[in-house]
Write a protein that binds this ligand. Sequence first.
Ligand code: NDP
Length: 449
Amino acid sequence: MTDYDYDLFVIGIGSGGTRAARVAAAHGARVAAAEEYRVGGTCVIRGCVPKKLLVYGAHFAEDLMDARRFGWDVPADCKFDWKTLTGNVFEEVDRISKAYNTTLDSHKVEVINERAELTGPNSIRLASGREVTSKYILIATGARPHIPTCPGHEFGITSNEAFHLESVPKRILIAGAGYIANEFAGIFHEFGAKVTLINRSDQILRGYDEQIRDRLLQISMMKGIDFRFNAKFEGIEKQADGSLKVSMSNHAPIEVDCVMFATGRVPNTENLGLDAAGVELTEKGAIRVDEDNRSSVPSIFAVGDVTDRIQLTPVAIREGQAFADTIFGNKPTRVDYHCVPAAVFSHPQMAGVGLTESQAKQKYGSVKVYVSDFRPMKNVLAGRNERALYKMICDGETNKILGIHMIGPEAAEILQAAAVAVKAGLTKDAFDQTVALHPTMAEELVLMK
Ligand code: NDP
């Protein structure tokens, strides 16, 4: 391997890139990794981590209100300070980013804080002009928010900028109805903003179980979040008073203080020299890879959102690990994409694993659906009229569990354990045989009829 400067050169130090670099180095490879912005990538710097901390912060709005029913004297003028929260969140983000750097250092990965571009199948040019060669190259450059091309789109922000707002906008319009839209709708609503969510189609969270997402829609509307469907973005006009007038199809224009686009994420494949190296892209502009994360060029691999398979951090991490183990660890490994659990950190949370009811019906014809539709004990005492809904979808003949989908407090925390059972191919009987852990919400999983 000595003909090259490195055995592995990683472009992009996010979740997938970090795991690949660290594991390859642990297997004895000489590794360098380039990052043009900050080590940690979307998840740590402007995604999962800061978002989840805002979700925690936002949920206090409900907790403080509910606390009164539990005997706490919470003053009516209880105030929230956005700058305190975001300041603390940024400190935590810095801490994790530094921890990533420390891990890479301790594995002797050379971290290069520069943009890198391919110049060929084994060569890279850094922004400083330095040219390096590597036996293998891994692209892990992630994705960025898609911004619709409409007049005035430059007045809108994306989730990247949402963390850096000076204050909570009084009125915010969020375009899109997927993960990011519903999570930020919840966050801004809890902090007191008037939230309007608009989507081009007539539904939220396409791909999730219908009944579960209907429940989120119903609860969100009950809380005061406004939804407009079949509303295609037409443009944003900045008014003299600084407010933004948003036009859309099928609905009257609306005036807000902030517009946020949450209309999907596009792979970061531009200006990377992929053409020069001969790397093929998919129709959506993602790097086309095989089951071993190998691109159309045998020395170049890609993992994570830049490949647009499943845009989730734990999936990118698995892909990075599988790549490093396969190429440098003499341990051929492929990621199993079957039964990947996912969650939406809305208020309340949604989580699911496996097939939804309609997907299961299409695939298996005969399915049994077990449901628990209940009001969590805490909500009852708090006088909070929000019901949780858990669904278990089973094969009609064998009772094998095909999917579990839920909405309710801490749904994501509860689903992770249940996902093990679905992944292991257990049947409903295994749940029936398990004694309930009382009193919990999770016990509903073993009591479903
Ligand atoms: P999603 O794919 O979840 O949702 C995109 C939304 O935007 C949909 O409502 C879609 O409408 C709409 N949309 C898509 N393209 C356009 C367009 N050209 N013009 C107008 N509207 C459009 O994307 P997000 O941006 O919310 O998130 C990106 C990805 O990041 C997610 O898919 C997920 O993988 C990941 N993510 C995961 C999180 C988690 O695990 N909790 C949190 C945040 C992000 P429709 O589908 O109805 O047609």
